[in-house]
Design a protein around this ligand. Structure first.
Ligand SMILES: Nc1ncnc2c1ncn2[C@@H]1O[C@H](COP(=O)(O)OP(=O)(O)O)[C@@H](O)[C@H]1O
Ligand SMILES: CCCC(=O)OP(=O)(O)O
Length: 358
């Protein structure tokens, strides 16, 4: 009989913390705790959220009656460590140092690896991250920005994009590596990945002001005006950064990062909310159109996923604009928790070797 491994998965996102325990691929529980703009806005640095997020994990395990000692491994969503190839990485001291500093930037996912490591160390069990946000498979052409000092970087949602790519491929009767997909993850951050035969060869940097605006980020901005703002003397660097990530996008225009709240306002006749929300769909559609040109039009399907993809009216706006490129398939929510667990199981069952972060 196959051994059963009990795995705790921890996934801190910009607008939520997701916690799950699996016995092999069977979910014991999955819990999503949403965080409003006001709550998240109270923290000036990502690391300041450490206790807030860790207590949520520990309390949820208690509430669900899961004994910590029954766990065989812990996996966290990997954050802004150095760029790596996709795969499952054992967490080590070096990774923790890099996640704490945020060598590639600040994002809630940095805490995923750190919390996983702390809990695993207490229990003397292994800790991993799988397909962290900095997985880098970009082609050289995609790295050129127009200013040599600022190369384009890959910071996005590879864990969910690849999981959804595998799902769509199975539905189409083949393997992820056989298709060309444009995959839009519509979460707190928004990324549109160009997946060519199983590699993300281009993607907007969802964290550093690149691509569409999102529920909590400004996305790409006219740089001249941004430079003027930076040198106006009115803002500190930290304040400007917060306007780009955290208090940007829907939060800046509408005071909320929650698509469901915006749906309600639109239903109640709020025309301004509709304009802003539709503008987000418009920018996402433009980015998908750009991705189609990267693939020279050879697109098998466009996949929409992430929390905002639950909203049928929102996905209809996108379908209307990009449906001429390829069929649009919608996968609301995310498949990150099972993808994290599957990454660990592949290593524990010897199907794949664990990668070493250095
Ligand atoms: N039913 C829904 N309709 C519209 N937006 C939704 C819905 N459910 C979740 N969202 C939005 O999706 C975003 C969160 O998506 P998610 O993929 O969970 O991202 P994150 O990892 O950043 O927490 C939030 O802006 C949330 O308000
Ligand atoms: C580093 C980009 C990943 C991202 O934006 O994730 P969330 O949407 O979960 O914040």
């Amino acid at each position: 009989m196959n051994q059963i491994y009990r795995i705790l998965a921890i996934n801190p996102g910009s607008t939520s913390t997701k916690i799950a325990v699996y016995d092999n691929e069977d979910s014991i529980f999955t819990k999503t705790i949403f965080h409003s703009s006001e709550i998240i806005g109270q923290f000036s640095k990502i690391h300041d959220q450490y206790n807030f997020r860790k207590e949520m994990v520990v309390n949820t395990l208690k509430e669900q009656g899961v004994d910590l000692n029954s766990l065989d491994g812990v996996v966290g969503r990997g954050g802004n460590m150095k760029p790596v190839k996709g795969g499952t990485y054992g967490i080590n001291e070096k990774m923790i140092e890099d996640l704490k500093v945020g060598v590639m930037g600040q994002h809630a996912s940095n805490l995923g690896g750190i919390i996983a490591w702390e809990i695993a160390n207490l229990l003397n069990i292994p800790a991993y991250v799988v397909d962290p946000v900095v997985v880098d498979e970009l082609e050289d052409l995609a790295r050129i920005s127009g200013m040599p000092e600022i190369p384009r970087k890959s910071k996005d949602h590879p864990l969910n994009q690849k999981a959804v790519g595998r799902k769509a491929a199975a539905e189409l009767g083949g393997k992820y590596e056989e298709y060309n997909f444009l995959i839009a993850h519509l979460g707190g951050g928004i990324s549109i990945g160009v997946h060519k035969k199983g590699r993300i060869i281009d993607v907007n940097n969802a964290l550093d002001g690149d691509g569409p605006f999102s529920p909590e980020r400004s996305g790409g901005l006219p740089v001249g005006s941004l430079v003027d703002m930076c040198f106006s003397g009115e803002y500190t660097k930290q304040e400007i950064m917060k306007k780009i990530v955290g208090n940007g996008g829907l939060t800046a225009y509408l005071g909320t990062n929650d698509g469901r709240e915006i749906q309600k306002r639109i239903k109640a006749g709020d025309e301004y909310a509709k304009l802003i929300y539709e503008a987000m769909a418009y920018q996402i559609s433009k980015e998908i159109g750009a991705g189609a040109s990267v693939l020279r039009g050879e697109v098998d399907a466009i996949l929409l996923t992430g929390g905002v993809a639950y909203d049928d009216e929102f996905t209809a706006w996108i379908k209307e604009r990009v449906g001429f490129i390829a069929p649009v398939m919608v996968y609301p929510g995310e498949f990150e928790m099972i993808a994290l667990v599957q990454g660990v199981l592949r290593v524990m069952n010897g199907v794949e070797s664990v990668k070493i972060y250095s």
